[in-house]
Design a protein around this ligand. Structure first.
Ligand SMILES: Nc1ncnc2c1ncn2[C@@H]1O[C@H](COP(=O)(O)OP(=O)(O)OP(=O)(O)O)[C@@H](O)[C@H]1O
Ligand SMILES: [Mg+2]
Length: 250
């Protein structure tokens, strides 16, 4: 029961998001230790239709995996929400709330960008996913809801962050943060990486009309940037062919 949760009982909070698997709450930091004075609490819901033991096992696995992979990303120098606490009994993760970010899904839906920025944005996403994959981190649920984005002020002098694309220089314009690692795993297999890319491709094509070119330029950059980009792309073509066959068979 959410009402009995000790993290919520004694702390001012508001519901940020209710999904099928979890509720996310913004908690006011009573001691004002954090820069923005807020935490984010992700509480996984009890699934009444699942056998209690199986539900506990699955939930424990997802929370453990989410915490573990967030820490691994942090160790790799990838910006992710900081994990403050995991509590398997209460089914929660307490983490940093990135209040100045929005999901890539909203960002694309609200068209909060200039057309000329889309290529740079796709390059930033490609560099992030390539870095994760090169370190053997498979996300497992790579959708545009599970990537957060923040546009960095355009006139910030960040010469060290410049990237070269098609011979042109682009300052670091966006910060991209991966979240929702409950289904993540560790693997160096090109099949697992290709499935991650396939899930992202399907998510982009089904939720965002006219975004085919976004995935195409993402993929071009991924192939160029990832150490194993070529072999992952070859595998992706196989995964796509299997997907088409499945669609035809219904
Ligand atoms: N640390 C965070 N800072 C800011 N916003 C966040 C953060 N974590 C999650 N969100 C927002 O809440 C939404 C849901 O979070 P998340 O993806 O972790 O839950 P979920 O999709 O319900 O999880 P699951 O797929 O495991 O059921 C995200 O799409 C994002 O908009
Ligand atoms: Mg999610």
């Amino acid at each position: 029961m959410v009402d009995d949760c000790p993290f919520l009982k004694n702390c001012e909070h508001s519901l940020l998001f209710q999904g099928a698997e979890a509720c996310l709450y913004i908690l006011k930091d009573p001691n004002n230790i954090l820069p923005n004075g807020q935490f984010l609490l992700k509480k996984r819901l009890l699934k009444q239709y699942r056998h209690a033991e199986l539900d506990k096992k699955l939930t424990t696995k997802r929370i453990t995996q989410e915490g573990r992979t967030l820490l691994k990303c942090q160790r790799l120098g990838i910006k992710v929400p900081i994990v403050y606490l995991t509590d398997l009994h209460e089914r929660v993760i307490l983490m940093e709330y990135l209040n100045d970010y929005q999901s890539l899904r909203c960002f694309l839906e609200l068209q909060a960008y200039q057309d000329s920025d889309l290529k740079v944005l796709s390059l930033h996403v490609a560099r992030l996913i390539a870095k994760m994959h090169d370190a053997g981190v498979i996300h497992g649920d790579l959708t545009t809801s599970n990537l957060l984005v923040k546009q960095i002020a355009e006139n910030l002098p960040l010469p060290e962050a410049e990237v070269v694309m098609n011979g042109e220089n682009h300052s670091e314009k966006f910060s991209i943060v991966p979240i929702d690692f409950g289904l993540s795993s560790g693997s160096d297999s090109s099949e697992d990486k290709a499935v991650d890319l396939y899930v992202l491709e399907r998510a982009i094509l089904t939720t965002h009309a006219n975004m085919t070119s976004f995935f195409q330029s993402f993929l071009e950059s991924y192939v160029a940037v990832s150490k194993f980009g070529g072999s992952t792309k070859t595998k992706l073509d196989e995964v796509r062919a299997r997907g088409r066959k499945r669609d035809m068979l219904g």
